[in-house]
Design a protein around this ligand. Structure first.
Ligand SMILES: [Zn+2]
Ligand SMILES: [Zn+2]
Length: 267
């Protein structure tokens, strides 16, 4: 049994990358209720770190929108759906994050993204764009996220955003043993592993990589004792429903109801 009753990664119109004006908190809640979800997490991109310089995209993503959203979510307090407001934090480099712990403490939860490699002007890049170098860099960035003193969920782990042409080779160059070690540290940190719709590929394009890749990653995370959450990473209303498509992928990786992280369970 693996019912999908939550979606912990939904963007709202407060993210500048979200171009859907209908992506308001009210519309998102209605859509989630129609899908039978009991708990959702709103997670926009936020920059609130005075010690680091944001790129142009993040300049527009101050913490106020996020704080306002949190305030407006209080009206769902007694409804049949939990509406959590958090944010998606950028890992610029290991130990360098787009927000401070102070803001993290004000939010309901925090997603840590460690693989936005397509943001060349901001995110640390590998020494060489060879699969082996990329893999090493990807692991260092991921471990940076795990060792971050705050954060609850590892967003879309082990993707190579912007570099899908070498993605399969990158993942193949990482041994099962390395994955197990990294995921054991994840389990010990208490952070959840996200099962993301990015693993399904883009339906409008050719599938970008074999389904065996996310199955392998998730199976090893499970073996290492990790707990999981489901996420649509939706930037538009129609995409929220894709979270339900993750069920077969998760089941095939051996994930069951008892492996769901407590952050995704209705409080
Ligand atoms: Zn992301
Ligand atoms: Zn996202």
């Amino acid at each position: 049994m693996l019912p999908i009753k939550h979606d912990m990664h939904i963007h709202t119109f407060a993210s500048t990358c979200c171009l859907d004006e209908r992506q308001t908190i009210d519309n998102i809640v209605l859509q989630a209720q129609e899908l039978g979800l009991e708990r959702i997490g709103l997670a926009d991109h936020v920059w609130d770190n005075p010690n680091l310089v944001p790129n142009d995209f993040y300049k527009e993503q101050g913490k106020n929108r996020c704080i306002n959203l949190k305030r407006s979510a209080t009206r769902f307090k007694n409804s049949d759906i939990d509406v959590l407001v958090g944010c998606e934090v950028e890992t610029v480099a290991p130990k360098k994050f787009s927000i401070t712990e102070e803001l993290a403490n004000e939010l309901d939860f925090v997603l840590l993204a460690t693989d936005h490699f397509h943001l060349h002007d901001l995110v640390a890049q590998p020494k060489k764009y060879k699969p082996k170098h990329f893999a090493k860099h990807m692991i260092e960035m991921y471990l940076g996220g795990i060792r971050c003193p705050f954060g609850d969920i590892m967003a879309h782990p082990f993707l190579a955003m912007g570099y899908y042409e070498i993605y399969e080779e990158i993942i193949e160059s990482i041994s099962d043993r390395t994955f197990i070690e990294v995921f054991q540290e994840t389990a010990e940190s208490g952070k959840a592993v996200e099962i993301t719709t990015h693993y399904l590929g883009n339906p409008t394009r050719r599938r970008l990589f074999s389904r065996d890749i996310p199955i392998r990653i998730l199976s090893l995370a499970l073996e290492a004792g990790c707990k999981f959450v489901f996420s649509s990473d939706a930037h538009q209303l129609e995409s929220i429903g894709r979270v339900l498509e993750l069920k077969t992928l998760a089941v095939d990786a051996g994930i069951r109801e008892e492996n769901i992280h407590k952050i995704a369970l209705r409080g």
